[in-house]
Design a protein around this ligand. Sequence first.
Ligand code: IMP
Length: 446
Amino acid sequence: MSSAVDSPRSAPAALPRTLGNTSIVGLQWGDEGKGKIVDLLTEHFDFAIRWNGGSNAGHTVKVGDKKYAFHLIPSGILRPECTSVIANGVVIDPLKLLEEIDNLINQGVKIEDNLRISAHAHIVLPYHKLQDQLSETAASGAGGGGKIGTTGRGIGPCYADKANRTTAVRLIDLLDDGRLKDKLQRIVAQKNMIFAALYNAPPLDWQPMFEQYRACGEQLRPFVTDTTRLLHHAWKAGKRLLFEGANAVLLDLDHGTFPFVTSSNCGTGLSVGTGLPGPAVQSTLGIVKAYSTRVGGGPFPTEQDNPTGNQIRERGHEYGTTTGRPRRCGWIDCVALRYTAAISGATGLCIMLLDVLSGFNELKICTHYEIHGTKTDWFPADALELEHVTPIYETLPGWHDPLDNVTAFDQLPAHAKNYLARLECHIGVPIKIVSIGAARHQTLIR
Ligand code: IMP
């Protein structure tokens, strides 16, 4: 989760005109600050579209003294003239979604026909959350291996049922009592057998679940549509589309640090998650923290489990907003970033939280790895192999001046400019935006 502060609500105009339809993707392990960039850009777009993940993701946006929390709804909803779409690739926890809708309405946000939700999105049910939590707890017990450190939001089990098909429930099913009843009766019976056998867990009752989720369906019915059709019409009509990727490329199910990943394609699944082909997107902005963080388990070559990491954590307030977990912190990793920029087709970079690095005497950039005595510039996206790499660093001078009063790229301290130039050189993608604080005016556009 990340947060963005907006004051005042006027966007820098120069950049978005050149972007075309734009995809926003995190290039590390999540929490890069995508929310701030999405909030900054939505003003220039007609549609804001979520296409993957579920309530494991999220960010807060501050407008003046109001603070809005987002997990499933694109933050474009804050602008009534922008249509926010939750597309088919998202897994929806209807209880969380309705809570989010209620909170936003109570804060005065208009949520009517400016929110459209795919009838084909899959539904997170109580047994998914239970399975997520039970399997993580069992894995962390005596002799247990394989703990992933999930958010416990039922994301993996829901996507597993999607792939399994016969145990899947989609939003369209919540709108048909007969179909939902049949499905839940059958699926809950199966889940109960599994939970009893594996975890000795008491059985769940399908009936109250049916009542609760059919009621959710009724509440969501006005928003439900064929979003694939909607998006194709919008694209053909020349509407401006902003795609909000959740999680991040290193958490991508196929291309991330498997098995310590989430269960959706975070860097590569836009077409799958929306039904739009690749040419519908002209620009991909890769969002990157000026350092690295990770929550949950898994290898993290540039991790600094030492005073440097602590300093980054405290300066960057690196504690998860969803789970409160302290984030693991370390130096920026250009081997990983070259890979994730390539995988996602990033055409520009947004470097976030540069201000957090003020005050270090020197900074390190990981440029290569050494694996079994061999130097490599390619990222091995496999947790077992990644555990054995040794990072090779380039050391650069730091800067001590705070960046509070910087209003243009040219005003950055020389060593900060040099740091960015080295990142650009090692990653091979131009830096378009540099963020030096949570507020909108603390954004430097190049
Ligand atoms: P899950 O997505 O809850 O299954 O969790 C799988 C892994 O992805 C865990 O290490 C989580 O901490 C991580 N994860 C999932 N979503 C996010 C996110 O939005 N930011 C950071 N980490 C995430």
